[in-house]
Design a binder for this molecule. Sequence first.
Ligand code: RFL
Ligand code: PHB
Length: 390
Amino acid sequence: MRTNIVIVGSGPSGLLLGQLLGGIGVETVILERSSREHVLGRVRAGVLEQGTVELLEEAGAAARLHAEGLPHAGISLAFGGGLHRLDLTALTGGKHVTVYGQTEVTHDLMDKREAAGLTTVYEASNVALHGFGGETPYVTYDKDGVSHRIDCDFIAGCDGYHGVSRKSAPERALKTFERTYPFGWLGVLAEVPPADHELVYANHERGFALCSMRSAHRSRYYVQVPADERLEAWSDDRFWDELRRRLPEQTAAAVVTGPSFEKSIAPLRSFVAEPLRFGRLFLVGDAAHIVPPTGAKGLNLAASDVRYLFAALREFYLDKSLGGLDAYSAKALARVWKAVRFSWWMTTMLHRFPDTGEFGQRIQEAELDYLVHSQAASTALAENYVGLPY
Ligand code: RFL
Ligand code: PHB
């Protein structure tokens, strides 16, 4: 079998790239290790930058997003017992973010792909990448006990942090940068109205907490827990008690509790692999970089990689130019590192580290107090949060 581009991974980056390429007549096959249901069962990001929404519009996959997504003009920072709103829209000259779950984005893109009759092979095992150092790359995989081979022009590694693509890059050509944090996020999804109509990021002596949502009647909450925490140690009651203790009085009082229908712990890490191109293999999204979720950047960065790679591939197929592909890695990484910095900074300012102590707590509160009262500092946070320009 032959196609233009084999996309490894059917997460948001693989699906979005496939949809955009389909729009200009470039053929793709997506190989996904898991089942469709498994991919859709993962609860992850919730905040979309305007640029991500625009890209989903270009892919023709934004109708439900516009009908059901919640545009947010601000966020609040909670610390020292108080709640301080940042007006993102006023601070950025009219921009906003949209709250719409990654699960829904993935669902919409999968539906579009199916409707267009494009091929996705789910439960493809032993995916292996070959020949991408030369002109004739190909990918092999097994499905239902049968081995297959697909020849292609390029391979897009959209297979997440644990995928095969980054691991296939020649070791001496790859440089990685990593920071792990000594805590994780315990997240809960519950069918209850959110405590606030916007997101609340809370710094507290007991640890970070976040109030988020998926809709007007579905809430997503997180509390910081030690990196080695056991999920079984957290009953719903314990979670709600801990969450409320970390929030300012007025927000805590507004928390509506109810049974959780999803509860998980995500580790926090910053990771970047360089470069993003190895001959005819391109790394995209989590396959190349991970950020802690505190800046809501993971999914948005995946989308920005897709934007750059799509533009480069369009240039290749429509104009027969390699210029865009040659520039992809440096262009995408410049934006990635800024988001890595922002996510690291938000994480450092809002979480309790083992060595934070009383001094560190006061320093964090002083920084937050400065931040919410300085127009310049608020603007710096706001323009990063809504998404830096491409
Ligand atoms: P994904 O979503 O990980 O998709 C990769 C896909 O590749 C498949 N795959 C393979 N397929 C074939 N062969 C192989 N060998 C394969 N290995 C893997 C996987 O099954 C999967 O379907 O990467 P993508 O598309 O780059 O998208 C990136 C986003 O998913 C990610 O940045 C965010 O979800 C990060 N993230 C969060 N970001 C936020 O902005 N806010 C959040 O609250 C948030 N929570 C999270 C997260 C990531 C998490 N991970 C990765 C564990 C919570 C978690 C738990
Ligand atoms: C979420 O709703 O899951 C969410 C929102 C904002 C973040 C991280 C996660 O910074």
